[in-house]
Design a protein around this ligand. Structure first.
Ligand code: XUL
Ligand code: CO
Length: 439
């Protein structure tokens, strides 16, 4: 295999917390067993093809700042080279998975048929490289937002022609994902939202979108794809209001349209913060319904109000996230931790891609170890259990079992008088959390 990363001659090794080598793992030890599973099994880390191999450092104030060696030549040459760079990178990093959009692994053609032909050719090569390297596909998806045909959305487009085009594109991307043994398929609502209600029939667009998802559910069954369907919420960007606003909104949309059983949620940390939530909040809402399907591992910047897609380094956030993941039965399941993250414009060296992913994997591995200890020693959960203890009383049990009534509760209050609020001990619990993080 040709080498695009000659600086890295051997796979990145685990050297432990005392290592001063930034090209080694300090915390991510793939074979270390935590709560009965290896770290590799807990995380199923994945590299995002679009950022890592197609990213150029471009932003709204300047064009591409880097040209990668693999992104030179004709569109199909670039696609083949980027694909090889992906497998070399994943192998050297020790990431067992990758994720792609149809249009980042293969170029769009002059017609729909030509785009499909390009994708099929690249999928055949990806299949061979997967077999050769053992690197697998975590999920595939369709890019339904870059081409101007999707200016007004895909599944929610007011023009049925654009809807049909998008449905055909999803069909093909789903078949490509199936062909590559993808373990999930993601729906992120690129331009499914509105810029102004002045020109928008909200109810119509909701109904269209449900039909759009149902078509994919039907096709999944038809081709025998057994991977998990995931929806990735995001509240804004590119449209000012995205319909898949947050986890609670998506779950209630799925319920209202008879789609609940077919989907889980792919939670992206920076999308959570854009929605005015924490990453931990979104994970908790999904896990409460057994719907935490996968994670797009990144982070935003508190001073910036957009989707900066930075590599995760915030240990508070990763420890909180892993506390939720570890407590969902089966953990992340068939999902994984996909680095939907890009190097800053100034980090222009291909080596920065390694530092970025190593840092992200270590941040989550450290979070896992903290979460494991917190759970094992019931450092927080003992207090939480005690806080809700009154619900175990006969009164609490009757209410929860639906055996109480407003009359019965009025009689009970008349007899027992005022409740006394007990301290929630927030500041004390923050001390405990810091002890575990820094200890
Ligand atoms: C966009 C985003 C996407 C999805 C896949 O904000 O996160 O890259 O993860 O379409
Ligand atoms: Co994402």
């Amino acid at each position: 295999m040709s080498t695009y990363f000659p600086q890295i001659s051997a796979p990145i090794a685990y050297e432990g917390p005392k290592s001063a080598n930034p090209l080694a793992f300090r915390w991510y030890d793939a074979n270390r067993v935590v709560r009965g599973k290896t770290m590799a099994e807990h995380f199923r880390f994945s590299v995002a093809f679009w950022h890592t191999f197609k990213g150029s450092g471009a932003d709204m104030f300047g064009p591409a700042a880097w040209t990668r060696e693999w992104n030179t030549g004709s569109p199909m040459q670039m696609a083949e080279q980027a694909l090889r760079a992906n497998f070399e990178f994943c192998q050297k990093l020790g990431a067992p998975y990758y994720c792609f959009h149809d249009r980042d692994i293969a170029p769009e053609g002059a017609t729909f048929a030509e785009s499909c032909k390009n994708l099929d050719a690249i999928v055949a090569q990806a299949k061979a490289l997967q077999q050769e390297t053992g690197v697998k596909l975590l999920w595939g998806t369709a890019n339904l937002f870059s081409n101007p045909r999707y200016t007004h959305g895909a599944g929610t487009n007011p023009d049925v022609h654009a809807f049909a085009y998008a449905a055909a594109q999803v069909k093909h991307a789903l078949e490509a994902t199936h062909e590559l043994g993808g373990q999930n398929y993601v729906f992120w609502g690129g331009r499914e939202g509105y810029e102004t209600l002045l020109n928008t029939d909200y109810k119509q667009e909701q109904e269209q979108f449900a039909r759009f998802l149902q078509l994919a559910v039907d096709h999944k069954k038809k081709i025998g794809f057994t991977g998990q369907f995931l929806i990735e919420p995001k509240p804004k960007e590119p449209t000012k209001h995205q319909y898949d606003f947050d986890t609670a909104t998506v779950l209630s949309f799925l319920r209202a349209h008879g789609l609940f059983e077919h989907f889980k949620i792919n939670i992206e940390a920076n999308h959570a913060t854009l929605a005015g939530h924490t990453f931990e909040h979104e994970l908790t809402v999904a896990a409460a319904e057994g719907k935490l399907g996968s994670i797009d591992a990144n982070q935003g910047d508190v001073l910036l109000g957009w989707d900066t897609d930075q590599f995760p380094s915030d240990l508070y956030a990763t420890a909180a996230a892993m506390t939720v993941v570890l407590q969902q039965p089966g953990g992340i399941g068939s999902g994984g931790f996909n680095f939907d993250a890009k190097c800053r414009r100034g980090s222009n060296d291909a080596l920065d891609l390694f530092y970025a992913h190593i840092g992200g994997m270590d941040a989550f591995a450290r979070g896992l170890l903290v979460a494991d200890k917190l759970i094992e020693e019931k450092a927080l959960s003992a207090f939480v259990a005690e806080r809700y203890a009154s619900w175990k009383s006969p009164l609490g049990q009757e209410i929860l079992a639906g055996k109480s009534s407003s009359d019965a509760l009025e009689a009970w209050v008349l007899e027992h008088g005022e409740p006394t609020p007990k301290s929630g001990r927030q500041e004390m619990l923050e001390i405990v959390r810091n002890d575990y993080l820094l200890g």
